[in-house]
Ligand binder design. Structure first.
Ligand code: NAD
Length: 444
C-alpha cells in the first residue's frame, strides 16, 4: 500500500465504532462477524463497559482451522476443512455447537461463538462461548461417511477441547448421533485418562449414552418459554395465536409442536425445500414426521406458496429457525407479524432490524430466545459430572426458570436504558461479564 494514500481503513470516520479501527478490522458491514461485534459494542458503549473488556470481546481468544482427510465409501479420500473458535472463557469452559454445512466460513463460526458467550452470560450458565464447523453437506454423504467425518474431526481438534475446557454440542447439520460418535472417539482416545469422565466432552448426546431428557426439544421449548413470558408485552396469548416458522428442523419443529399443543395455530412454514400455508392451521406433529421422512416441508398438506408469500402471511408471531442473515430489509418490509422470536442465530441483518423497528415489529433476540439449548446442555453436563439423571419435569422446570429470569433481566435493562430488546439483552449479558472481569482483573 502507498504510504501517501489514505485508505478507507485509515479514516476513523469510516468506522462505526473506534474499536474497529483500533483492532484493524476490515471494513465490511455485510460481514456477519462485523455485524455481531457492532451490535455487541453498541450495547457495551451504552453501559460504559471498560475498554479492556470491549477489546477482549471484540475478537475470539482462539481460532483453530484444521484440514483432515476422510475415506469415502468408494475408496477415494476427500479433504475436509473444519473450525473451532473459542471466543471467551471468563465465566467458564467454552461451550458451543458444531455445524456441518457446505457454506461454513471462519467469520460465521466466530460470530456464532461470540453469540454463545453472550447467551451463556444472559441465562447465567457457567460457560463461555465457542463454536465449531465443518464445510460439508451432510445430505451428500452416507451415514458411514458421516460417522468417519465426525470421528476424524473430533480427532483433529481433540487437543483443544475437553470436558472442563471446551464442550461442543449439536447445531445445524449435526444431531445426537454425531455427538455419540464424537464422545466415543474422545473416550476411546483418552482411555485411562478420561474414561467415563470423557462423556462430558460433548452435550446433546442420545439419552441412552449420557444425554439429558428434554435436550432435543430444549431450544424450541426455550423459544416458547421466552415467548410466553413476553407475549403480554404485545397483548397476545398463545391460544389461537397465528404462527409462521422459517425452518422446520430441530428448533423450528419443536417450537411448532409445542405451540401447536398450546392451541396456537401454525399457519405457514418454509424451509430449503419450499413453503406451505394453511389458514386453518397445519398439524405440527404430522409435519415433523413428514420432514423426517422426506427431508423437508415440500409435498405436505396445505397450499404450496412462494417464499415472498410466506413472509407476507398475516401472523402474530414469526419464528425464524433456519440460518443467519435471512431477514434483510427486503424480507423485513414484507413481514406481516407483530413479534419475531429468533430461534435461529442472527437471522436478521442490521438493515432488516432497522426496517422491523420502523414498522413497530418487536424482535426477541437470539441470545435470549434460543438460549434454551445451552441451558439444558449445562444440565446434561451437570448430570454427567454427578452421575445422576434428572426427570423431564426437573429439566423443564429448571429450563423455564432460566428462560424466565433471562427474559426479565432483558426487560429490566430495556426499561433502565430505554433501548430495544436486542440491545437490552446484550446489556444484561455484558454487565455480568464486565463484573466478572472487574473482580478477576486481567492477567498478569
Ligand atoms: P436443523 O439443521 O435441524 O434445521 C435447519 C432448518 O433450516 C431446516 O428446516 C432447513 O430446511 C432450514 N433451511 C436451511 N437452509 C434454508 C434456506 N435457505 N431457506 C429456508 N430454510 C432453510 O438446524 P437447527 O438445529 O434447528 O438450527 C436452526 C438454527 O437455530 C440455527 O441458526 C442454529 O444455529 C440455531 N440454534 C440451534 C440450536 C440447537 O439446539 N439445535 C440451539 C441454538 C441455536
Amino acid at each position: 500500500m502507498s504510504t501517501t494514500a489514505v485508505s478507507a481503513n485509515e479514516s476513523a470516520a469510516e468506522y462505526s465504532n473506534p474499536i474497529f479501527k483500533e483492532l484493524d478490522f476490515p471494513q465490511d458491514p455485510n460481514n456477519l462477524y462485523h455485524q455481531t461485534v457492532e451490535t455487541m459494542l453498541h450495547a457495551a458503549d451504552i453501559i460504559d463497559l471498560k475498554h479492556r473488556v470491549k477489546i477482549i470481546l471484540a475478537q475470539p481468544k482462539n481460532e483453530v482451522m484444521v484440514h483432515f482427510p476422510v475415506r469415502m465409501d468408494d475408496g477415494h479420500h476427500r479433504l475436509f476443512k473444519g473450525y473451532r473458535v473459542q471466543h471467551n472463557n471468563a465465566l467458564g469452559p467454552y461451550k458451543g455447537g458444531i455445524r456441518f454445512h457446505h457454506d461454513v466460513h471462519l467469520d460465521d463460526v466466530k460470530s456464532l461463538a461470540l453469540l454463545m458467550t453472550m447467551k451463556c452470560s444472559l441465562v447465567r450458565v457457567p460457560f463461555g462461548g465457542g463454536k465449531g464447523g465443518v464445510k460439508v453437506n451432510p445430505r451428500e454423504h452416507s451415514a458411514r461417511e458421516m460417522e468417519r467425518i465426525t470421528r476424524r474431526f473430533c480427532s483433529a481438534i481433540m487437543n483443544i477441547i475437553g470436558p472442563e475446557y471446551d464442550i461442543p454440542a449439536p447445531d445445524v447439520g449435526t444431531s445426537a448421533q454425531n455427538m455419540a460418535w464424537f464422545a466415543d472417539t474422545y473416550m476411546m482416545s483418552n482411555e485411562g485418562k478420561a474414561a467415563n469422565d470423557g462423556l462430558r466432552v460433548v452435550t446433546g448426546k442420545p439419552v441412552e449414552f449420557g444425554g439429558s431428557l428434554g435436550r432435543t426439544k430444549a431450544t424450541g421449548q426455550g423459544v416458547v418459554d421466552t415467548l410466553v413470558e413476553l407475549l403480554p408485552e404485545v397483548g397476545l396469548e398463545t391460544k389461537g395465536m397465528r404462527v409462521s416458522l422459517l425452518g422446520y428442523g430441530n428448533v423450528g419443529s419443536w417450537a411448532g409442536r409445542i405451540l401447536h399443543d398450546m392451541d396456537a395455530k401454525i399457519v405457514a412454514v418454509a424451509d430449503h425445500t419450499g413453503a406451505i400455508r394453511d389458514d386453518k392451521g397445519l398439524d405440527a406433529h404430522r409435519l415433523a414426521e413428514h420432514c423426517e421422512k422426506h427431508g423437508g416441508v415440500a409435498g405436505f398438506a396445505g397450499d404450496a406458496i412462494t417464499t415472498d408469500e410466506f413472509y407476507q402471511t398475516q401472523v402474530d408471531v414469526l419464528i425464524p429457525a433456519a440460518l443467519e442473515q435471512m431477514i434483510t430489509d427486503r424480507e423485513a418490509a414484507m413481514i406481516n407479524a407483530k413479534i419475531i422470536a429468533e430461534g435461529a442465530n442472527a437471522p436478521c441483518t442490521p438493515e432488516g432490524d432497522r426496517v422491523l423497528s420502523e414498522r413497530g415489529i418487536e424482535v426477541i433476540p437470539a441470545i435470549l430466545a434460543n438460549a434454551g439449548g445451552v441451558a439444558v446442555s449445562y444440565f446434561e453436563w451437570v448430570q454427567n459430572k454427578t452421575s445422576s439423571y434428572w426427570d423431564i419435569e426437573q429439566v423443564d422446570r429448571e429450563l423455564n426458570r432460566h428462560m424466565v429470569m433471562a427474559a426479565r433481566r432483558t426487560v429490566v435493562a430495556r426499561q433502565k436504558y430505554g433501548v430495544d430488546l436486542r440491545t437490552a439483552a446484550y446489556i444484561a449479558a455484558l454487565d455480568h461479564i464486565g463484573k466478572a472481569y472487574s473482580v478477576r482483573g486481567i492477567f498478569p
